[in-house]
Design a protein around this ligand. Structure first.
Ligand code: NAI
Length: 242
């Protein structure tokens, strides 16, 4: 049980990859804090964890809102007093060409996908001892399509952020890594208008949330004790055509 006695925070834990990560961390002994802006889905993830014999806490927070991020971390620290694993998984997309994007849309994507990662890291780091941060990037950080520039830019920046973290924190203190999924069978994939229209072609195998959760748990565990500042692509080989 790799996460026995570990306090594990997962953002976007109410759906898809985040929910699978919550379930796997809990199945391996972790106490899981499910953070999501959708309280009902966060509670449902917690219910699934508890039904399987695990434990945790559901916290509603909109990560695009700075006080919500602070409140979520305060709630975790008030309950558990520390953080061992932080999985920054929640993200959003826009589907517009660059000339049609508003500043508000740009700012919101950056706030949810990037600023929240900075804030959560900054707030959790003083309470982490030998723990791990896993940031969920995307193949879009390296190879993208039209009409999703803020998302692709946020994911590329997230990978650079992760490399920077590894320079400020040695592996012995806190390890920070990314997982970059390819196409994964979640609501985010199938609600993507570029995918619906066929503009973004889903070639090859579509992954399952559990495939990504396995990679997240590996990087979050001491099995990966010598891995810091890198990005693990989990895409069934999609990026290898580059
Ligand atoms: P999903 O749409 O199934 O789940 C995302 C969760 O994040 C939802 O529960 C949603 O309520 C929550 N969320 C969104 N905005 C939030 C906010 N402002 N505050 C708090 N919670 C918020 O998405 P999925 O597919 O599980 O995505 C998870 C991560 O995986 C994201 O970082 C995404 O960019 C990444 N990813 C997904 C891929 C896919 O094909 N599904 C491919 C590559 C990366």
């Amino acid at each position: 049980m790799r996460f026995t006695d570990k306090i594990c925070l997962v953002t976007g834990g109410g759906s898809g990859i985040g929910r699978a990560a919550c379930q796997q961390l809990a199945a391996e002994g972790g106490t899981v804090v499910v953070i999501d802006r959708d309280e009902a889905t966060a509670q449902e993830t917690l219910r699934l964890i508890e039904k399987a014999g695990g434990r945790g806490l559901a916290v509603r927070a909109d990560l695009g809102v700075v006080p919500d991020v602070q409140t979520a971390v305060d709630a975790v620290l008030a309950t558990y007093g520390r953080v061992d694993v932080l999985v920054n998984n929640a993200a959003m997309m826009t589907f517009k060409p660059i000339v049609e994007l508003t500043v508000a849309e740009w700012d919101l994507v950056m706030a949810v996908n990037l600023r929240a990662v900075f804030l959560l890291s900054q707030l959790c780091l003083p309470h982490m001892r030998g723990g791990a941060i896993v940031n969920i990037s995307s193949v879009h950080g390296q190879q993208t399509t039209a009409n999703v520039i803020p998302y692709a830019a946020s994911k590329g920046a997230l990978e650079a952020f992760t490399r920077g973290m590894s320079q400020e924190y040695p592996a012995s203190q806190v390890r920070t890594n990314c997982v970059a999924p390819g196409a994964v069978d979640t609501p985010m994939l199938w609600n993507n208008p570029n995918v619906k229209s066929g503009q973004e072609k889903i070639e090859g195998e579509v992954g399952h949330p559990e495939d990504i959760a396995g990679a997240i748990c590996y990087l979050a565990s001491t099995d990966a004790h010598y891995i810091n500042g890198t990005t693990l692509v989990v895409d069934g080989g999609r990026l290898s055509v580059l």
